[in-house]
Design a protein around this ligand. Structure first.
Ligand SMILES: C[S@@+](CC[C@H](N)C(=O)[O-])C[C@H]1O[C@@H](n2cnc3c(N)ncnc32)[C@H](O)[C@@H]1O
Length: 187
């Protein structure tokens, strides 16, 4: 595979920005990649691949070790674009990519994950968190995107993590938005 993936991602980002596609920002991609490297993540689950920008970023980081990515997308157009982009970036063989509604397929999956990235419909964020909770390994990291800009769609999530005493922090990544990082306890 001779393609320069970082340049490929730059190109995709410019194209998608011009087309108003809500990919994570470059700063967020850098931050999350650093988290993956630091935590030595091996099994990653993503809800909402869109056209694959975040997924390819994760794949570039995780392929340095033994790893596995599952990503789910329910828009056919986005799913097909991501498939093309995974092929071009040379990562398609190593990503399990489901064209499915995450709310329906997640209960059917048997794998456990040490990193879960929730970036689907914002008002469903609490629902996604509850669905993936038992799929997260002890000490897993769960990251929920866009929690500042779209907090008004996620009030139930904010209330839930406080009420359930779930270890979490909200970090502003850039001027655009931030993420909620949740650490699952060991029991
Ligand atoms: C913010 S975009 C994801 C951006 C992507 N993670 C990135 O940074 O490159 C959200 C995506 O989640 C998808 N989505 C939303 N709800 C979903 C669900 N229940 N199941 C599967 N995909 C979903 C949408 O179709 C959309 O493409």
């Amino acid at each position: 595979m001779n393609i320069d993936r970082e340049r490929f991602l730059e190109k995709l980002k410019l194209h998608w920005e011009a087309n108003d596609i809500p990919n994570i920002s470059k700063e967020n991609a850098k931050y999350l990649r650093n988290m993956l490297a630091t935590n030595e993540v091996k099994q990653l689950l993503e809800i909402g691949s869109a056209n694959g920008y975040s997924t390819i970023n994760f794949a570039i980081e995780l392929e340095k070790t033994w790893w596995n990515i599952t990503s789910i997308e329910f828009s056919q157009l986005a799913y097909e674009e991501a498939q093309d982009n995974f092929r071009e970036a040379g990562v398609s063989d190593i990503i399990r990519h489901y064209f499915w509604d995450a709310r329906e397929i997640l209960p059917l999956l048997e794998e456990k994950y040490d990193f879960i990235f929730i970036d689907g419909l914002k008002k469903e964020s609490l629902n996604f968190l509850q669905i993936v909770w038992d799929m997260a390994l002890p000490w897993a990291t769960i990251v929920i995107d866009d929690v500042i800009k779209f907090r008004y769609k996620m009030e139930s999530l904010y209330k839930y993590v406080v009420a359930e005493k779930i270890d979490h922090e909200v970090i502003q990544i850039d001027s655009d938005d931030g993420i909620m990082i949740i650490k699952k306890p060991c029991n």
